[in-house]
Design a binder for this molecule. Structure first.
Ligand code: PGA
Length: 269
């Protein structure tokens, strides 16, 4: 894992957006895996700015989101479809029909959504760059602790902690789904590159367990240790629990020197 620590969340977003931009240069028709949540919002804003400046285009890209709630319609303001429109899609030139979420239409059997979603990802050629956040409990997507590390896209019951974390998005008395459809851990692991962002002190424990703890279903993000191309961008507060911090900084200085000399972020460059 490449762990890069920045002084603040703004720089995490800027460097994350830089990696998306680098991917678009190499592959203008890249397939992206997008995430919702508070963390990636700053990255999406930065990408919108870069798009407005004429620096990036998503016109040829395809996207697959990690997850979607089960039981609320796509046009509800709390759906992840609405989140993506509001925070990103409405302001860039991505074709609406090329944006996908694992949504279950009214009356559809939710158990069928996962396999169909997997097939769509395969048909698009697989995900080139997957953006991830991390839950306080170490979840990625809605793969909660104890999720099978071999799981595929499926219906998942949310933990009490996740429901609490996300309750801010629902008004008093409003229906908050307890179920979601999420890409599985094995699905996420098939992405060619993974970019995980974590900011704020409440992520410090999860970040330390992900990077330095044992690989365990009790911290689903720890499985990323088995992926060959993961970049973890964190701010200082989120890095506070890392034991090998000094080594990551040293390795980054060396990597920077190599990049300055040879360029190339991606193997397929
Ligand atoms: P957050 O969510 O960005 O809102 O903290 C991250 C996650 O739960 O994956």
């Amino acid at each position: 894992m490449e762990v890069v620590i920045y002084p603040d969340a703004e720089r995490v977003a800027r460097h994350g957006a830089g990696l998306v931009e680098a991917m678009l240069k190499v592959k203008p028709g890249a397939v992206f895996g997008f995430a919702t949540g508070r963390t990636p919002i700053a990255l999406y804003r930065r990408l919108v700015e870069r798009h407005r400046a004429g620096a990036v285009s998503f016109a040829r890209t395809t996207s697959f989101n990690l997850d979607e709630y089960l039981g609320i319609p796509a046009d509800s303001p709390q759906s992840y479809r609405s989140f993506m429109d509001r925070e990103f899609f409405d302001y860039v030139d991505i074709e609406r029909e090329n944006t996908h979420l694992p949504a279950c239409a009214e009356g559809e059997n939710p158990q069928r959504v996962g396999p169909a979603y997997e097939e769509k990802i395969r048909a698009a050629g697989g995900i080139d760059l997957q953006i991830l956040g991390i839950g306080h409990n170490g979840h990625i997507g809605f793969n909660e602790p104890s999720s099978s590390l071999a799981s595929r896209t499926r219906v998942k019951t949310l933990t009490r902690r996740t429901l609490e974390d996300n309750s801010r998005l629902f008004g008093p008395g409003e229906f908050q789904p307890r179920l979601a459809i999420t890409m599985g851990i094995a699905t996420i692991m098939e992405a060619r590159h993974i970019l995980l962002l974590a900011t704020g002190e409440n992520k410090a424990g999860a970040v330390a367990r992900m990077v330095e703890g044992p690989v365990s279903a009790m911290c689903p993000a720890s499985v990323l240790q088995l992926h060959e191309c993961v970049t973890v961008l964190v701010d200082e507060p989120a890095a506070a629990g890392l034991q090998y911090r000094e080594y990551y900084d040293l390795a980054n200085r060396e990597n920077q020197a190599l990049i300055e000399r040879f360029g190339a972020f991606y193997a397929d460059d």
